[in-house]
Design a protein around this ligand. Structure first.
Ligand SMILES: [Zn+2]
Length: 288
């Protein structure tokens, strides 16, 4: 056997071992993955002006919560790994939505590669939850069909309706139809039963939109926003996007979450906010 073939075999074997080899951490960790950057966003969609936001780029982040008792994947990106090829340099990728509108993204690394680098494969993940069903959160959902899906009935129903709900990409999550599913009925769902990882109902952007509270030993508590806000300026200037499922519900949810943030002392991570997301450390680094 050629030396290069043996080296390739070893590399495959090593990554296979590593992919299933991440030991359970002693305390909760959050890995932030770069799942791309959405380009040329129109701030008017968020009732904001270009000069108010400063950038027309929106971050797409995915999160892996590693808990001593298991794992939770929170959101799975905007571009499925299978449809683009990494080149070592940023790749421009266009996505066509079911309504024929197009979006442009800049991609750096496939999610599965980012996960493998910290010792996980999608098939290892125990729980899957989305902040909501929009296409830019569900791209790699099918890869997690073996996980237990944590979702609200009012969110799941429109995902599998005969006519796709706006801004969904049903082919990206079709395999979840048969996944083991837990329908969340309460405002709060304590994922691992010890109060450290809690999915909170936050409707308005979509019917069953939710946010994720994670209590970290060193970092302190964090609230991962979903699309409760996209830009930091939606929060500071009090603007609601033009495409909410229910804008009044969004306002009520935001008020409740602001109260919760004050009471809990949690910091808010706005998933799509390009400027604040850029400041977060990305995997393989993690928050604990
Ligand atoms: Zn989004």
């Amino acid at each position: 056997m050629k030396k290069s073939t043996i080296a390739a075999l070893w590399a495959t074997l090593a990554s296979a071992v590593l992919a299933h080899g991440a030991p359970a951490p002693k305390s909760v960790r959050v890995y932030v993955f770069d799942c791309g950057t959405l380009e040329h966003m129109d701030p008017a969609r968020f009732q904001l002006k270009k000069e108010e936001v400063g950038t027309d780029r929106i971050a797409v982040a995915c999160y892996l919560i590693a808990h001593p008792k298991g794992t939770l994947m929170w959101d799975t990106g905007a571009v499925p790994d299978a449809v683009w090829k990494p080149s070592g340099k940023p790749v421009t990728q266009r996505i066509t939505l079911p309504d024929s509108s197009e979006r442009e993204l800049t991609m750096a690394k496939p999610l599965s590669v980012e996960m493998r680098e910290v010792g996980y494969a999608p098939a290892d993940i125990q729980y899957l939850a989305f902040s909501h069903y929009h296409w830019d959160h569900t791209a790699n959902a099918n890869a997690f069909a073996g996980a237990t899906w944590l979702v609200r009935q009012e969110e799941r129903d429109p995902m599998f309706a005969d006519r796709p709900t706006p801004l969904t990409q049903p082919t990206d999550y079709s395999a979840l139809r048969n996944s083991k599913t837990v329908i969340l009925k309460n405002d709060e769902h304590d994922v691992f039963g010890d109060g450290t990882v809690i999915i909170k109902s936050a409707p308005g952007h979509t019917p069953g939109h939710q946010v994720l509270y994670v209590k970290l030993a060193k970092t302190g508590p964090v609230l991962i926003s979903g699309d409760l806000y996209h830009y930091l300026q939606e929060r500071t200037l009090d603007r609601v996007p033009t495409f909410e499922f229910n804008a009044d519900q969004t306002r009520a949810t935001r008020a409740a979450m602001e109260t919760f943030l004050k009471k809990s002392g949690a910091q808010l991570w706005i998933q799509h906010d390009f400027v604040s997301n850029a400041k977060l450390k990305k995997a393989p680094a993690y928050y604990e």
